[in-house]
Design a protein around this ligand. Sequence first.
Ligand SMILES: CC(C)(COP(=O)(O)OP(=O)(O)OC[C@H]1O[C@@H](n2cnc3c(N)ncnc32)[C@H](O)[C@@H]1OP(=O)(O)O)[C@@H](O)C(=O)NCCC(=O)NCCS
Length: 193
Amino acid sequence: MAVGAFSGGRLAGFARLISDGTSDGYVQDVVVHPEFRRQGIGGRLVRYAVAEGRKAGLDWIGIVGVPGSEGFYRGLGLTERPGHTLWNAEVDFHADRSDAMPDTKEYHFANSPEVCSESIDLTLQAGRIASVHFNGGCPGSLAAVAVLVRGKRPAEAAELLSGICCGEKSTSCPDQLAQMLKKIITENPELSR
Ligand SMILES: CC(C)(COP(=O)(O)OP(=O)(O)OC[C@H]1O[C@@H](n2cnc3c(N)ncnc32)[C@H](O)[C@@H]1OP(=O)(O)O)[C@@H](O)C(=O)NCCC(=O)NCCS
């Protein structure tokens, strides 16, 4: 929820409440234009956002205050949480795959320009197809293909889809998936069964 304070059509102050819609919320981005400070606007914005959160059933509402804002929040009756630390999650978890499931492998395949979808993302788990996502193409039909191959062994899915053509074309999106699977099997012969 966003809360604005206006003066003659100008935005004088802003705050927002973000929440999971159930129990927890955070008031963020509390700011009052320098021209309008010390007139009670910041306090009203925070009180309104918190009151609306309570009305929506949130029983925990927190605010991360920047250094220097302590007097402002204390003056509103908010209390600090001793021992709590703000942690910045600036770690690039994408670069660290050690959290991935050990038997999970992810693949990306660029499709032939003959077909409508541009590429395919595929995940194998324990030697079986865990997920397939076609980037582009006919969303409904390709979602159906993805659902139908889920749980199958790569060799089984490749055999089912191989050679399917789209109209006059020599290939199709499902056939591209079959070609992708065959390439994966060639690189991982243990998947050929
Ligand atoms: C912090 C901020 C939102 C306060 O807005 P505001 O409209 O000036 O606040 P209010 O007028 O409602 O202030 C209420 C009371 O808070 C206290 N207060 C406000 N700003 C304060 C400051 N910079 N230092 C100490 N106390 C402050 C005062 O007790 C004030 O009452 P008073 O004016 O009667 O002394 C505003 O200064 C601002 O936008 N700062 C830059 C952005 C920022 O730091 N936002 C907080 C993000 S966590």
